[in-house]
Design a protein. Structure first.
Length: 438
């Protein structure tokens, strides 16, 4: 199928996703525990990437370069890679699959998906809609497959030489296993791993705007986003005021059944997540931190077995081991700084490098944060939180986050192989670099 026709399959998928947005969001909510607007937002992200990929299907551009030899044309062409294996995490059960799949399909690849074992229904629903789109557009059979399996099933994909690219979203330990195994067989890998996202708040920041940005990023999805804000690095002149406002705002959060539209914070994934949060809070206290609010389990009558928690704010004396770890729960560590260079050092002094932000009205400070000696993350924002990226910009991070880029800009290139073509129409055989032979 020519690329624009492949785009039609994705276009139809996007239409079906629009038609069934609420249905799919119900599955996402049931399995991942997201509040309704976030579950709908996740499906909207799938629709947005379909739109993006349809446009991309007519823009798989290759360059033409001037050849150093007369009567020669030098150019590049882009070809499908083959089979793309997609492994996804529980907390975004469907959007990262769509980021990969919409682009992989227009690039001419087929996809095999190993979703999280915790979000199987969302995966089956998503796959059923894509299958319908493919059938209606008379695409070849089985361009998309879903494999319901645990990590062992994932490893079969990882080790299979027929799978040209493994795109894996999940924790850093998962990436540490997957990366070398794919490299061992010279396969390609695209890793979207854990984050430990921080924001700097400068002395000139608009504190009301900062408050709203921080609360959404730190407690949205109950702190279970790869881009959740986990560290707040605040100038010493405003740290007390901002912290006070944050503690007050945390006190007003409604926590409970995510289907109830008045609730802003749904449950943690399971008991293990709750245990990890408690352990991190203990460690933080051992390392000199003070828990200012939160951490307690909230028992909800309608779902007594669910693990709801009061999001926590912990004042830390500075950098420490616990702050360097991603704990997949709503804990916000607050630290203070006096010099901007100190803030950058604290900010970049963690192993992960996904998302970052600065709240400031000082243009020089903002530019420094975005410069090469500022934030070392794949995403760096000004006056906006660390989470809630939109389709169109490349998504991904540096260091332990794995280096992958998805969902926008020229990330389509990850799903294709590039060939360089030299065409000689001179009738002679001049060699490059002026080499003489025969
Ligand atoms: P996880 O690492 O436990 O599992 C993710 C997926 O990998 C699952 O499908 C799992 O079955 C599979 N898996 C695990 N080990 C594997 C192995 N050795 N070989 C093949 N497959 C394997 O992660 P999780 O608990 O589901 O999700 C939370 C984590 O994911 C957090 O660290 C979060 O930051 C990260 N995450 C990152 C992004 C991103 O885009 N950077 C997005 C969402 C989640």
């Amino acid at each position: 199928m020519p690329a624009p026709e492949r785009g039609n399959v994705v276009k139809r998928w996007g239409e079906l996703l629009t038609e069934h947005k609420e249905d799919l969001a119900v599955l996402v909510q049931a399995e991942a525990g997201k509040i309704t607007s976030e579950a709908l937002g996740e499906v909207q992200e799938m629709i947005d990437i379909c739109d993006f990929a349809v446009g991309q299907s007519r823009m798989l551009y290759g360059k033409t370069m001037p050849s150093e030899r007369a009567g020669h044309r030098l150019m590049e062409t882009w070809h499908p890679l083959g089979v793309v294996g997609i492994i996804t995490a529980f907390n975004f059960p469907v959007a990262p699959y769509a980021w990969n799949t919409a682009l992989a399909l227009v690039c001419g690849d087929t996809v095999v998906w190993k979703p999280s074992e915790a979000t199987v229904l969302s995966a089956l629903g998503t796959n059923a809609l894509l299958e319908r789109a493919a059938r209606e557009c008379e695409a070849p059979n089985h361009i998309n497959q879903v494999v319901i399996a645990d990590r062992n099933g994932g490893q079969q994909l990882v080790d299979d030489p027929r799978v040209a690219l493994i795109s894996a979203t999940g924790s850093v330990p998962m990436g540490r296993e997957v990366g070398p195994r794919v490299a061992e067989r010279f396969g390609r890998v695209l890793l979207e791993l854990g984050g430990n996202n921080g924001a700097i708040v400068g002395p000139s920041a608009d504190l009301d705007l900062t408050l709203r940005g921080v609360v959404f990023a730190a407690v949205g999805t109950a702190g279970q986003r790869c881009t959740s804000m986990r560290r707040l690095i605040v100038h010493e002149s405003v740290v007390d005021e901002l912290t006070e406002k944050l503690v007050e705002a945390y006190g007003t959060l409604s926590i409970g059944d995510p289907r109830n539209e008045s609730n802003l914070v749904g449950p943690l994934m399971n008991e293990k997540s709750f245990g990890a949060m408690q352990e991190a809070l203990r460690e933080a206290q051992d390392q000199g931190g003070t828990v200012l609010t939160g951490g307690e389990r909230v028992l909800a009558e309608e779902l007594p077995e669910a693990y709801y928690v009061q999001p926590a704010i912990v004042r830390m004396p500075g950098q420490s081991d616990v702050v360097k770890k991603e704990t997949f729960a709503p804990i916000l560590y607050v630290m203070s700084y006096s010099e901007f260079s100190e803030a950058i050092e604290l900010h970049n002094g963690v192993p992960q490098g996904l998302s970052s932000a600065i709240f400031t009205n000082d243009q020089l400070e903002a530019e420094r944060f975005l410069s090469s000696s500022g934030s070392d993350c794949g995403i760096a924002n000004v006056n906006i939180g660390t989470s809630g990226a939109e389709i169109g910009g490349a998504f991904g991070g540096e260091k332990d986050t794995g280096g992958g880029r998805e969902s926008g800009s020229d990330s389509w290139k990850a799903y294709m192989r590039q060939a360089t073509n030299t065409v000689n129409y001179s009738g002679e055989l001049p060699l490059a670099q002026g080499v003489k032979f025969l």
